[in-house]
Write a protein that binds this ligand. Sequence first.
Ligand code: HEC
Ligand code: HEC
Length: 437
Amino acid sequence: MDKRLRASPLWRRKAILAAAILGLGAAFFGWRSAASARSGRGLHLSNGPEVGSARLAASDAPADLPSPARSTPFPTTSALASLGRAIFFDTNLSEPRGTSCASCHDPGHGFAGNNGSHVGVALGSRPDHFAKRNTPSVLYLRFARNFRLHWEEDAPLVDAYGGLFWDGRTDSLVELVKQPLMNPNEMNNGSARQVANAIASSTYDTDFKSAFGSALDDPDAALAAVGQAVTAYLLSPEMSPFSSKYDDYVRGRVEFTAQEALGLALFKNSAKGGCSACHKLNDRSHDPAASPFTDYGFDAVGVPRNRALPATRDPKYFDLGLCQRAGADYEAKTAEFCGSFRTPSLRNVAIRESFMHNGAFSKLRDVVAFYATRATNPSRWYARGTVFDDLPAQYRQNVNVDKAPYNRHPGDPSPLDASDIDAIVAFLETLTDVPRR
Ligand code: HEC
Ligand code: HEC
């Protein structure tokens, strides 16, 4: 590992590596010099990744993105998925009763949501108890990737991909599903026994018993069974519907309006939005699964501090994301990963209640405007004069200031004007799944 690379912030190391790779690519294809890429103009391959994009520098990242990465260790029969659905919507599995998985992962909000809270993160089953982070959507999880770090001798880049949660801290959906049931700020069950008892008196207890025998007699087995059933539901085709206007557009069934088409073009244009460098899409493929709207990578976007969160009353409270990720393996616990969060898919983003890991934004247009003017007009976003104010000073250098749309200076014109922002929002609205008739 090159010491120089290791010591610099993540985005800068990515840029160095991208320039190196681009140099190779340019030499190979004879298209463009590495210098032009360093100046921010990425190359585009038809159907493929943007060669100038450091995000995709890792060898196995781009080409195979759409293929389902998860194999399930148990049969995902539709009966099991139906049982999982019943559990997911059961409001009797919390303490006190009233909060189900769907209270936060609300179908009306693209399986994300705040459970009635207005601070930006979801309310748990008890008043004044809030989840730590904004609720991510649980749609399209069958395409999620296991967490991994790339660190190869001949490609001196360490970079993180995949995993579940905003910090990628777990790979096992079956294990994850048990956590919100026990989390005191979410469903607050005191014990696995409590969950088993609630299931024993549910309307679906016979289905549970026919799937899992006497599992309810053993609280740990009961919880493991809940994990399996809910996982079967989350991985079922129903939870990856591909029923948005965008999906029909790539299938060739509908046209975009002029504004939506402009939004798509800006989203892809690396001198404008540059969004698709991370929120991956492939609008040349007729297969909607080729457009996950994430690369499962991590980035430090420099989201403003959300002062409505009770935790932020403590000025020393910071959510550092990836570098605080639990787990044994630990190159990710390096300083340059502090402030990085997993890139969320933008499918169904227009119907979410709040945005970013800390729920700092409640309007989608504000998120796009933030990207457009974070660099050119920082005082609009960082009210107290400190940029990247949701990170301790020593980690602010980790924030990506290298790639479009971030690579401007205060006072520069924004790469996106007001009508461009509206167009991107209109495009993002095409990503909302609609119920199929
Ligand atoms: C009180 C709100 C709340 C409830 C109730 C809740 N969740 Fe979540 N869920 C969250 C939050 C917040 C996160 C993100 C946590 C993080 O990243 O640290 C999350 C993350 C997840 C993820 C990871 C998604 C991803 O893209 O990484 C899954 C899967 C999930 N929850 C499933 C469930 C299931 C199943 C239930 C019911 C047993 C449930 N949740 C109940 C708030 C909730
Ligand atoms: C360099 C990678 C990168 C680029 C480029 C990028 N994003 Fe993101 N995006 C992220 C990451 C990472 C997050 C989560 C940040 C966080 O919460 O700290 C995010 C979050 C979002 C969210 C919030 C989603 C949610 O569920 O909360 C929206 C909306 C969004 N991006 C839209 C865009 C648009 C529009 C563009 C182009 C103008 C863009 N992004 C460019 C990486 C990127």
